[in-house]
Design a protein around this ligand. Structure first.
Ligand code: IVH
Length: 677
C-alpha cells in the first residue's frame, strides 16, 4: 500500500510526475507539439492527484495540479510595477517607419543599417510575470503602466504559463512581459458552446481574453481558452548577461515560455518593411488577432542609449495599418440622382473610423447590390474603405439584426423631381426619366460642365450650383455665361470678392477649346480622350452633330455603343438648342491645331513597355506624340510598333503574337533621331 512506502520515496515519485507532466504540458501548450496522447497525460495527472490526496503535506505550490486554487477573491489587490510597463508610439505608413529609422540612427550617430527585431503585435491583454528562484511569484495586469492588479491566481490557470522554469541558468529574479490572448478557433468554439447552453457569448477574442483574466473566481478563468506569447524581458538586475532582445527571447523559450515563432531579426528599415508587408498579408491565416507589428532596436546597449520618452520607448514603435473594415449601424438609406439620372442608394451610417478617416456615408450602388447584401435599415454592417476607394458596405451581421429593422424600398419616382424612375432592359441602374428638368440632373450636369477636365470653372462648387438651380437663375449651362457679378454676390455665403472671381472664371472659360466643350456636354460614354479624338476628327460642333453613326465610327476609339450615344444625344432638340445657346453666349470651341500633314507617325499607334534607360516613359511618349503617333497602353493587331525595354512581359508577348514590329531601346533611339531630323 502506498501509505507504507517511505515518505521520501513518495516525494521522489511525485517530483518525477510533476516533471513529466510539466514536460508534456510544455510540449502541448507552449511548443504546440504534443508528445503523448490525452489518455497517457490523464493517467499521469490522476496518479499525481491520488498521491497528493494521500500526502497533502507533500503538495507543492508549483505542482501542475495546483493551477486552479484558492477561493474567489473579492477584488484584485493593486500592485506597483518595479519597472513601468511602457506603451508604444505608433505609425501607420511606411514613410513614418523610415522616419523612425532616421531618428534612431541620428540619435545613435550611426550611418549603418540597424538590427531590428520584428514581432506580431498580438491583440490581447498585457501581463507581467515575476519569477523568483525559478518559481512563478506574481502575475499582474498592466493597469496604468505604473500600477496594475495582482491576478496571480488567474494567470496560474494558463497552461502556457510555466509555474516553474525549465532549463538552467535563469536569473534569481526574472521579470517577463507577454500578451494573453484567445486563439480565434477557441473563441469561436467557446461561443458555439455558450450559445448552445443559452449562456452569454463573448464579443470578440480581445474582450474575451480581458474579461476572462479579470474573473474573480480563478475556476472560471481556468475554463476559458487563454494562452500567451511572451515578448520581452524586464531587466531588473544590473548583471543581466544577454545583450540583445532576440537573444533574450531565445533564452525565454529555453526556460519554457511561449514565444511567437514569427519573430525575426532583420537588418535595415527596408527589410523591416518587407517583413511588415509579408506578415500582414498573412494576417488572416494566423489563428489569432493582431493589431500590427512591433519593431524594436535589437541591441540592448542601443536601446539604453535611445532611452524612453515619458511612457513610450524611443527604441521601439508599433506599425498599425489603419483598419480597412469596421462595424457600424445603417441608420437610413437615401437616394441620390446623378447627372445621367441614375438613382443611387446611399447608406447613411453611424459615423465610424475606418481606413484612417471617419465615414458616415457609403455607396450601395443599385438595387441588385442591396438585394445581394440582404440589407435592411437598422442592420449592423461592415464598412470597408481601403486607400482612396469610396467606402462600401460589404457585409451584414444578419444574426444581430434588431427587431425593428425594415426593408429598403427603392423609389418608383425620382426623389428630387417626382418623375417616374425606370430601369431599361439589361441595365442594373434605375434612372429618373426627366432630363434637364430634374434639378438633381441639372445640378450634376452643371458640376460636370464646370469640372477640371471640362470647362474648368474654379469656384463653381456644389453649394453655389445648387443655389443657382433652386433660385432658377440657371436652367442650363449656357445660362452661366449670362450671370453678372452682382447676381452671384446675392447668393448665400458669397462675398463680393469671390463673386467677382467666379464671374471672371465663368467668362474666362469661353475659350477652352473644342475637345473640352464636347466633354463638358456630358454625352454618355464620352470621356476626355474620346472627346479629344472627336474634336480632332470633326473640328466643329455642327460637324459633330451632323455625323451619323457610321461616320462617328471612323474616329479612333469610337465603337458602335459610343457612336449610338453620340447620335442619340444630338437627335434631341434640347441638346442641339443647348449647343446653339452656348455658341450664342460666346463659347468659342476652337478646334485643336491641325497636325502637320507630314507628321511622320500620323495615325500610328505605338506601345512602350519594359524599362527605358535613355529616356523616361513620359519623354518617350511626348516625342512620339510630337511626331503624330498615339501612345497606347495595350497591344493589339492595330498597333504599329512596340518599344520593348528590359523587363517587358505580356505586352511583348502580345506583340509577337500579333506580328507587330518590335524595337529595342537602341533601335528606337536611332529611329527617333531619323524621324525628328
Ligand atoms: S512591447 C517597450 N511587443 O502592445 C515596449 N508589446 O502599446 C512595450 N503588445 O501594452 C511593449 N504584442 O500589450 C510589445 N510583441 C509585442 C507586443 C506588445 C502586443 C501590446 C502590449 C503593450 C502594447 C504596447
Amino acid at each position: 500500500m502506498a501509505t507504507e512506502r517511505p515518505e521520501a520515496d513518495v516525494a521522489a515519485e511525485m517530483e518525477r510526475l510533476r516533471t513529466q507532466i510539466d514536460t508534456h504540458n510544455h510540449a502541448y501548450h507552449v511548443l504546440d507539439a504534443p508528445t503523448v496522447s490525452d489518455a497517457e497525460f490523464d493517467a499521469l495527472f490522476d496518479r499525481l492527484l491520488a498521491l497528493e490526496a494521500a500526502h497533502p503535506e507533500l503538495i507543492t505550490p508549483d505542482s501542475p495540479t495546483q493551477r486552479v486554487g484558492g477561493a474567489a477573491a473579492a477584488r484584485f489587490p493593486t500592485i506597483r510595477h518595479p519597472l513601468p510597463m511602457l506603451s508604444l508610439g505608433k505609425c501607420t505608413t511606411f514613410d513614418e517607419l523610415r522616419d523612425f529609422d532616421v531618428r534612431v540612427r541620428r540619435l545613435l550617430g550611426s550611418d549603418d543599417d540597424i538590427d531590428y527585431a520584428c514581432e506580431p503585435k498580438v491583440d490581447g491583454v498585457a501581463v507581467r510575470l515575476f519569477y523568483e528562484d525559478g518559481r512563478l511569484k506574481l502575475g499582474a495586469t498592466r493597469g496604468d503602466g505604473e500600477e496594475g492588479e495582482d491576478i496571480t491566481a488567474n494567470v496560474r490557470t494558463l497552461a502556457a504559463v510555466p509555474l516553474r522554469l525549465r532549463g538552467e541558468n535563469w536569473p534569481a529574479r526574472l521579470e517577463v512581459r507577454g500578451e494573453v490572448y484567445m486563439p480565434r478557433a477557441d473563441f469561436n468554439a467557446f461561443n458555439v458552446a455558450a450559445r448552445a447552453a443559452g449562456e452569454r457569448e463573448l464579443v470578440n477574442p480581445r474582450n474575451g481574453a480581458a474579461g476572462s483574466l479579470r474573473q474573480l473566481d480563478p475556476a472560471v478563468t481556468a475554463r476559458r481558452p487563454l494562452t500567451l506569447f511572451c515578448y520581452g524581458i524586464g531587466r531588473i538586475d544590473e548583471d543581466w548577461p544577454l545583450t540583445s532582445h532576440v537573444a533574450s527571447l531565445d533564452r525565454l523559450a529555453e526556460w519554457g515560455f511561449r514565444i511567437n515563432s514569427d519573430t525575426r531579426r532583420v537588418t535595415g528599415i527596408e527589410a523591416v518593411i518587407d517583413y511588415v508587408e509579408t506578415f500582414l498579408a498573412r494576417r488572416g491565416e494566423l489563428g489569432y488577432d493582431i493589431d500590427g507589428v512591433v519593431i524594436k532596436v535589437d541591441d540592448f546597449a542601443s536601446q539604453d542609449a535611445l532611452g524612453v520618452l515619458t511612457r513610450t520607448p524611443r527604441y521601439a514603435i508599433a506599425f498599425k495599418p489603419a483598419a480597412e473594415e469596421a462595424l457600424t449601424r445603417l441608420l437610413e438609406v437615401d437616394f441620390q440622382v446623378g447627372r445621367t439620372g441614375a438613382v443611387t442608394p446611399v447608406a447613411r451610417l453611424d459615423p465610424v473610423f475606418v481606413g484612417g478617416v471617419t465615414v458616415s456615408n457609403a455607396t450601395l450602388h443599385n438595387s441588385d447590390e442591396i438585394a445581394r447584401l440582404g440589407l435592411r435599415v437598422g442592420d449592423l454592417v461592415w464598412v470597408r474603405r481601403a486607400g482612396d476607394v469610396i467606402p462600401q458596405v460589404v457585409r451584414v451581421e444578419v444574426e444581430q439584426r434588431p427587431a425593428e429593422a425594415r426593408d429598403i424600398v427603392f423609389p418608383d419616382h425620382c426623389p428630387v423631381c417626382g418623375a417616374p424612375v425606370a430601369r431599361s432592359e439589361g441595365e442594373v441602374v434605375a434612372r429618373c426619366t426627366a432630363h434637364r428638368t430634374c434639378p438633381a440632373q441639372l445640378v450634376h450636369g452643371l458640376l460636370h460642365f464646370a469640372s477640371r477636365g471640362a470647362m474648368d470653372i474654379q469656384g463653381l462648387g456644389e453649394k453655389i450650383v445648387t443655389q443657382l438651380v433652386e433660385r432658377e437663375l440657371v436652367a442650363d449651362a449656357a445660362d452661366l455665361y449670362g450671370l453678372d457679378a452682382e447676381t452671384l454676390a446675392g447668393l448665400d455665403r458669397m462675398a463680393e470678392k469671390s463673386a467677382h472671381n467666379l464671374h471672371g472664371a465663368i467668362q474666362g472659360s469661353r475659350r477652352r477649346g473644342l475637345a473640352r466643350v464636347i466633354f463638358a456636354l456630358g454625352i454618355r460614354e464620352v470621356g476626355e480622350a474620346t472627346a479629344a479624338a472627336l474634336a480632332r476628327h470633326f473640328r466643329s460642333l455642327p460637324a459633330l452633330w451632323e455625323a451619323d453613326e457610321e461616320s462617328l465610327q471612323q474616329v479612333r476609339d469610337v465603337g458602335p455603343v459610343v457612336a449610338r450615344e453620340i447620335a442619340e444625344f444630338f437627335v434631341q432638340d434640347e441638346n442641339r438648342a443647348l449647343v446653339e445657346r452656348l455658341l450664342a453666349a460666346g463659347v468659342e470651341p476652337e478646334p485643336p491645331p491641325e497636325l502637320p500633314v507630314t507628321a511622320p507617325l500620323a495615325d500610328q499607334t505605338w506601345v512602350l513597355t519594359g524599362t527605358l534607360e535613355a529616356l523616361t516613359r513620359k519623354e518617350a511618349k511626348a516625342r512620339l506624340e510630337a511626331l503624330g503617333a498615339r501612345v497606347s497602353g495595350s497591344v493589339s493587331a492595330q498597333t504599329d510598333c512596340v518599344v520593348a525595354g528590359p523587363g517587358a512581359g505580356q505586352k511583348l508577348a502580345d506583340a509577337e503574337r500579333h506580328g507587330v514590329p518590335i524595337l529595342d531601346e537602341a533601335a528606337f533611339m536611332v529611329r527617333l533621331g531619323e524621324l525628328e531630323a
